[in-house]
Design a protein around this ligand. Sequence first.
Ligand code: HEM
Length: 191
Amino acid sequence: MNDKPHYDAHYTTTAKALHWLMALLLIGLLAVGFIMTEMPLSPKKLEVYSWHKWAGVTAFVLLLVRVSWRITHQPPPLPWNMGKLQQVGAHLGHIALYALMIALPISGWLMSSAKGFQTVWFGVLPIPDLLGKDKALGELLEEVHESLSWLLIAVLVVHVVAALKHHYIDKDDILTRMLPNRQRAQEPTEQ
Ligand code: HEM
């Protein structure tokens, strides 16, 4: 529920924690994902694949928490002097990031199922396969998973460049309100 007054323009500590935890996890998953596919077949490669899958399932669980938090906690309003087009762009960018954060782990889960490799989360919790074994479908889903990863990288580059532009060129509080330990904004009447 957003019962905070308009001047209190910052993300909640939970939203910030989830944003930066997931940012680290997703950037790591992207890097490891591209590295592991180039590794020669070895026990090490299989181990790295397992860690990638476990981290992917973890990212998906965190995403469910994050979406639940987002639905029940409104983000702070965008700065009043931001143009309408930029505001629409910011919203579309965030929707694209959420859509990709959902689609990537699901495509990985489907691919792993179709390839016949069940995921056992941290070697403890078996995740049910979503599809029966199907080699051709597994290969198609691999292409989908890889294309979605490139798309996420492209959207992320725009996201980070936009955050830096707001901070260094527009000099507004878009970046700082997502950073930890930000002091609460003062009520406009107070100096
Ligand atoms: C160095 C990397 C990153 C920086 C500097 C950054 C910066 C920011 C900032 C400043 C905001 C707040 C925008 C606003 O106030 O309207 C934001 C929101 C957001 N970021 Fe990032 N971000 C980074 C990485 C990521 C990653 C890896 C993801 C996920 C793939 C991500 C997903 C999101 C989403 C979904 C929001 C919208 C939150 C909401 O209002 O619902 N960010 N980011």
